[in-house]
Design a protein around this ligand. Structure first.
Ligand code: SDX
Length: 433
């Protein structure tokens, strides 16, 4: 510790113990206190929910919750949403730099040539009931890919890591679209390599063998932007799940399946589906006051879905871009008077004027408007979280790759504060009360 300057030391006093811990500074954001040595002094830190705990170092995404900033590899989300396409962003998240024209062409080509699922996976879909939720199917399908690509378990091999990342980026949209086609009892539509990533997804979702299908460029651009907005978000619950699973050197398909499972929760990626159902339940702007009161009632577990965030204590920058996309898509479709959008705009306005939301710094998050755009794009509510998972796969694979390729990383193994019974002896059943 003596070689560490005082300004980079934290002093912890416990009883008559003075414990000095080093602090670490990143490129942006708050410093951290390195508590790894605290165990040697007979103490653990306690932070369920990880409100003040950094689980890793990462150079991929930076969020400033107070300023409402989101950078992917240093580029503001507003600029990427405006000027980049999703595969360009996936390349950036993965490699750390934007691709030049040749690199972009090669990357797009490699993704296009991995979009088909192994043909035997078709049989896996048939094992589900027709009403299986797409997220349940996605967890199964992505996890099952580990059985079709067993060599992917060699996560120490950079080539295996790279081919798995391409397979995941390319095949998750196909699995997502086919889970919906299976729900509808319609034939699977095979990916079209001549199409862009977002265009191909809309094709696999909406086309059928009996007629031609060509989505409008505006709708394709809107969906591609939605993918960009959802691509990564530092160490959120599902990304932390992917990192935790990956820390044991588990197969990458299993790790991404774990991330999909975590994202499904209504407090996380499942919120976009919950927002739309909430807006449908409100049904009329005159009922907004009632829903606001319900959200404020501490005796009621109801939350205003699409509002609040662990990190953002200001407007989620993605929500503002999503709201603008709503205007563009609804105008393009002649739906600018869409009743749910009107309700959402009024709900946002009322909530942001209410002291409860102001005091608790509850603002719309990425999920608040996404459902309205997706619904306008003809995407069914049941698919909203699957689309979040599709887009977040780009961030998950980048975060997973960053972790497994970091020399000296350790398996994640949190400790606990034990509150159970002290040691006691076994009591035979005939002597129990
Ligand atoms: C995503 O982490 C990420 O980055 C996630 C994400 C990503 O890109 O990966 O951004 C995607 O998951 C966005 C969040 C989507 N979820 C929702 O919209 C569900 C509704 N929101 C909440 O449940 C909540 O705001 C969370 C889960 C998002 C955040 O929860 P926290 O940080 O644990 O905060 P909290 O539950 O402790 O809330 C603090 C206070 C509480 O009141 P008190 O107990 O202090 O009196 O604010 C209240 C909460 O009751 N509160 C809400 C509320 N959100 C928080 N009250 C009403 N409605 C809400 N939506």
């Amino acid at each position: 510790m003596n070689n560490i300057p005082p300004q980079n030391r934290a002093l912890l006093r416990i009883g008559d113990q003075n414990i000095e811990l080093p602090t670490m500074s990143g490129t942006l954001g708050p410093d951290v206190i390195d508590t790894r040595a605290l165990g040697n002094h007979g103490h653990f830190t306690y932070d369920p929910g990880f409100l003040s705990t950094a689980s890793c170092t990462s150079s991929i995404t930076y969020i400033d919750g107070d300023q409402g900033l989101l950078y992917y590899r240093g580029y503001p989300i507003e600029q990427l949403a405006e000027h980049a396409d999703f595969l360009e962003v996936a390349y950036l998240l993965w490699h750390g730099e934007l691709p030049n024209a040749d690199q972009k062409r090669e990357f797009d080509g490699l993704v296009s040539h991995h979009t088909m699922l192994h043909d035997q996976m078709n049989h896996l879909f048939c094992g589900f009931r027709r009403d299986a939720h797409p997220m349940a199917v996605m967890v199964a399908m992505i996890g099952a890919m580990a059985a079709f690509y067993p060599e992917s378990g060699d996560v120490g091999d950079p080539h295996q890591r790279e081919i798995s990342m391409f397979r995941l980026l390319a095949k998750v949209p196909t699995a997502a679209a086919w889970s919906y086609k299976y729900n509808k009892g319609e034939p699977f539509m095979y990916p079209q390599n001549r199409m862009s990533y977002a265009e191909n997804f809309l094709y696999m979702l909406h086309a059928n063998p009996c007629e031609s299908y060509q989505p409008s460029p505006t709708l394709v651009r809107a969906l591609d932007r939605i993918f960009i907005l959802h691509a990564d978000h530092e160490q959120n619950a599902s990304t932390s799940t992917v990192r935790l699973a990956g820390s044991s050197y588990a197969n990458p398909f299993a790790c991404i399946a774990a991330g999909i499972a975590c994202l499904w929760g209504p407090l996380h990626g499942g919120a976009n589906e919950a927002v739309l159902r909430m807006l449908e339940e409100i049904g009329d702007v005159n009922r907004i006051g009632e829903i606001i009161q319900r959200a404020k009632d501490k005796t009621n577990p109801f939350r205003l879905m699409g509002f609040g965030h662990r990190v953002y204590k200001n407007m989620d920058p993605r929500a503002a871009i999503m709201r603008q996309t709503c205007h563009e898509v609804l105008d393009e479709l002649g739906l600018h008077d869409d009743p749910l959008f009107r309700i959402a705009l009024k709900l946002e306005q009322i909530a942001l004027e209410d002291d409860y939301f102001i005091d608790k710094k509850l603002y719309p998050n990425v999920d608040f408007y996404s459902g309205i755009v997706l619904r306008a794009l003809g995407i069914p509510t049941s698919m909203f979280t699957a689309i979040f998972a599709l887009a977040r796969t780009a961030g998950w694979i980048a975060q997973w790759s960053e972790m497994v390729s970091t020399p000296g990383h350790k398996i994640a193994r949190p400790r606990q504060l034990y509150t159970g019974p002290g040691r006691r002896d076994f009591v035979p059943i005939d002597r129990r009360g």
